[in-house]
Design a protein around this ligand. Structure first.
Ligand SMILES: Cc1ncc(C[n+]2csc(CCOP(=O)(O)OP(=O)(O)O)c2C)c(N)n1
Ligand SMILES: [Mg+2]
Length: 326
């Protein structure tokens, strides 16, 4: 590791701001579901904020991501505008996909969010396709594929790693290992102890990292993104984390070990990062509190605007589709 790999104060504060934006956005999502103002299916990524925050500070505006149904943090950290994100969650004409995608299919190419998918494992081969286009066009861009631990047991994961390796694609595979795939414990469904070990089978580096540790996660992301950008090929990152709210928000968590969730929540990575920044004198209570209040206001206003926005026009049914109805 060189001194360049140690994030400076500005990067650390930027990373915190991204992670707390994700946390506040999630808190508001759960609030509007619970109070009945926005009935939507929601896969909370709460607890996993540090991973996309650390990845995103290493990406340019032109770089892209492909993510999954649990990708709200990944999207806001990459810069998908809150107004359009919430418009899509609410199924309104103001959404990223004009209300035709809904919560599981957010796409916003201008901020680099190329795909949100509900098909487990499919973010990886699609990220390969994007990365191949950057390579052919000689664009200095990188694509990040986010996915979960259970996705590493799907065929598409293995096919994508193999292809990315033989073609040295500018892609980074970021596995957010939150210890569960739906209602099944990671250890029960996965043959390896470390998913990062699977990288060896495809002749690429595999990094196993504490995804809740901001500095370690930053270094892992930087190493992999620099490698991809320099033309040296893909990396598999396995970022260890924990999912606070069950598979789909509202599930009763009966399949989880007693106490493991409480323990993970007691170690909440976002307030921990906040306290560390203040303790190290990288930021102040006042600066962070002001930012958090402003972000909360911004999220609430995006939600209010989405709820008040019009539904898509009926004509939209025949727009953006391969074949229009006669
Ligand atoms: C191809 C496919 N198989 C099965 C499912 C059903 N399914 C939805 S989420 C999920 C678990 C995925 O877990 P993981 O990859 O760990 O991601 P997480 O939800 O924990 O973020 C499964 C099996 C699906 N959506 N797609
Ligand atoms: Mg999982």
């Amino acid at each position: 590791m060189t001194s360049q790999d140690i994030p400076n104060k500005e990067i650390l504060v930027d990373m915190y701001k991204k992670s707390v934006l994700a946390k506040i956005n999630d808190e508001n999502a759960r609030r509007v579901i619970m109070n009945g103002s926005l009935p939507m299916i929601y896969y909370s990524p709460r607890g996993q904020e540090i991973i996309p925050a650390a990845v995103s500070v290493n990406l340019s505006d032109e770089d892209t991501i492909c993510t999954i149904y649990r990708g709200m943090h990944d999207m806001v950290c990459k810069g998908v505008p809150l107004s359009e994100l919430w418009g899509e969650y609410a199924g309104k004409a103001t959404g990223t996909c004009k209300g035709k995608g809904g919560p599981m299919h957010i796409t916003h190419p201008s901020s680099g969010c190329m795909l949100t998918t509900g098909i487990v494992g499919s973010s990886l081969p699609i990220a390969n396709g994007l990365a191949l286009s950057y390579q052919i066009r000689k664009e200095n861009k990188v694509c990040v594929a986010y996915f979960g631990d259970a996705a590493s047991n799907i065929g598409a994961f293995h096919e994508a790693l193999n292809m990315a390796s033989i073609w040295k694609l500018p892609v980074v595979f970021v596995c957010q290992n939150n210890r569960y795939g739906e209602h099944t414990k990671f250890e029960k469904a996965t043959a390896v102890t470390k998913i990062s070990d699977r990288a060896a089978a495809y002749d690429m580096p595999g990094i196993h990292v504490d995804g809740n540790d901001p500095v370690a996660m930053y270094q892992a992301a930087k190493t992999a993104i620099d490698r991809a950008r320099n033309g040296d090929g893909p990396t598999l990152i396995e970022a260890m984390t924990f999912r606070f709210f069950g598979h789909v928000f509202g599930d009763q968590d009966g399949y989880m070990d007693k106490g493991e969730k409480a323990q993970a929540m007691a170690e909440d990575p976002v307030p921990k990062f906040r306290a560390w920044l203040i303790e190290q004198d990288y930021s102040s209570e006042q600066e962070l509190a002001e930012y958090e209040a402003a972000v909360d206001k911004e999220v609430k206003s995006a939600i209010a605007n989405a709820l008040a926005a019009p539904w898509p026009d009926m004509d939209e049914l025949n727009i953006d589709v391969l074949a229009a109805a006669q």
